[in-house]
Structures are given as C-alpha cells and as structure tokens.
Design a protein around this ligand. Structure first.
Ligand SMILES: C[S@@+](CC[C@H](N)C(=O)[O-])C[C@H]1O[C@@H](n2cnc3c(N)ncnc32)[C@H](O)[C@@H]1O
Length: 210
C-alpha cells in the first residue's frame, strides 16, 4: 500500500509499521467533547502517533468524513448527536485490532505511487490494484486530488504485470482508456447518499467477469 498524503499515511504507518494497539486503545478511551477534539486537532508538531489519532478523529467528526482544508465539524449529525454521530470507538478499535493480526502480510509505504509503478513497470509477477482519486469526486475528498490522470493511464498501459484500476465513469476516463488501448467494464455502485452511479474497472484480464 502506498499513500502520499501525510495525514492519511500516518494512520497506516502506525497500524502497519508502528503501534496499532496504542491507536486502538487511544480511540477507545478518548472522551469525545468539542474541547478535547479541538485540543487534539490544533496541536502543533504532532508525533506520528498523534497525527494518526488526529486523522481518525477528524475523519469521524468532520462532515462526510472529509479531512481536507475547508471541511468542518458535523453540526447536527445523526439524531442530533453532533460530533458523536459517527464516533464508533469500539468498531474502530476492533477493526484496527483485526488489521493488527494480519499486518505482517501488508507492506505500507508513505510515498508517491507513480514512482513505485515506474520502478516496477517490468515486473511480470506483480499485481497492481490502483485506486486513484476520481476526477470529479476526488476534488472534494482529498488534499492530493490533482493527479496527472493521463500519466497514470500511460504507465498502466506499459505495465508488464497484472493490474486493476478503478475510476468514475466519465467521458474523459473512457477516452483516456481508448487512447491507451486499455480494456474496461462498467459496474453499478451506490454513493454514501445512495445515489446509483457507474464506476469503471480497467484491467489486463476480465476472464473472471461474469
Ligand atoms: C480513492 S483514495 C484511495 C483510498 C484507499 N484505497 C483506501 O481504501 O484507503 C485515493 C488516494 O490516493 C492518494 N494519492 C493521491 N496522489 C497519490 C500519489 N501520487 N501516490 C500515492 N497516493 C496518492 C490520495 O491521498 C487518496 O488517499
């Protein structure tokens, strides 16, 4: 797994390469009030552990889980529970603990996925799952939304290994896939607002497709 955004990467660094138990326990024991949350979020020069906790907290108490600049705290939330609406501490604790059990099977790096793909372009035995920020929705969701999509299509088309690349179904993505001779299928999916949309799956192999 590779992630460029330091706020997000800190979560994986702590779970996979650091002290997952600390993060799970800190979440479970946190007394969620506006004052306590602000004190975590506003702390300067956070350690990587503090950054990991701060990112999880932000994701759970900000509107739509969006942690980018310009986002803000949930006001009313589910059943008027405000910032507590989506703070499922026990669930988060249990998920992190579950990942902790299998973390020796996961290799996480903070970095640029383009570099990794380019370095591994001739690796026949590798399977790449590429989940980039989508063209439309990515802008709202991620700090690093503005990636060079054409460059990603170009690199993908040159991979010797296997790959699965997911995208939102837009004219731009379809024409990039056509331009680089990449084969794709569309699949229906539901957004968090239960709106039916199509996504595009690009792969070197659709033998499994039914
Ligand atoms: C659709 S999300 C992927 C989420 C991930 N699959 C997960 O489930 O946690 C796209 C992610 O790509 C990251 N990103 C953007 N540019 C990147 C780059 N050059 N290298 C690595 N990650 C990047 C964004 O920060 C964002 O977290």
């Amino acid at each position: 797994m590779i992630e460029l955004d330091k706020e997000i990467a800190a979560v994986w660094e702590v779970i996979i390469n650091g002290d997952a138990n600390w993060l799970a326990t800190t979440i479970l024991e946190f007394d969620l009030t506006i004052e306590n949350a602000n004190s975590v979020l506003s702390k300067k020069n956070k350690s990587i552990k503090e950054q990991a906790f701060s990112t999880i907290l932000k994701n759970r108490i900000y509107h739509g889980g969006i942690i980018t600049k310009g986002s803000g705290l949930i006001k009313n939330g589910e059943n008027g529970k405000g910032i507590k609406s989506r703070w499922y501490a026990k669930t988060l604790h249990d998920r992190i603990s579950a990942i902790n059990f299998v973390k020796n099977k996961i290799d996480f790096r903070t970095g640029d996925a383009f570099d990794f793909l380019e370095k591994n372009i001739s690796e026949k035995e590798k399977y790449f799952f590429i989940d980039p920020p989508y063209i439309k929705a990515g802008r709202r969701l991620y700090t690093y939304f503005d990636i060079d999509h054409e460059r990603l299509f170009k690199i993908t088309s040159r991979l010797s290994g296997k790959y699965l690349l997911t995208y939102d179904d837009t004219d731009e993505i379809r024409s990039l896939a056509d331009k680089y001779n990449l084969v794709y299928k569309t699949i229906p999916m539901k957004t968090t607002h239960h709106i039916q949309k199509n996504e595009i799956i690009i792969s070197d192999n659709f033998d499994w497709w039914v």
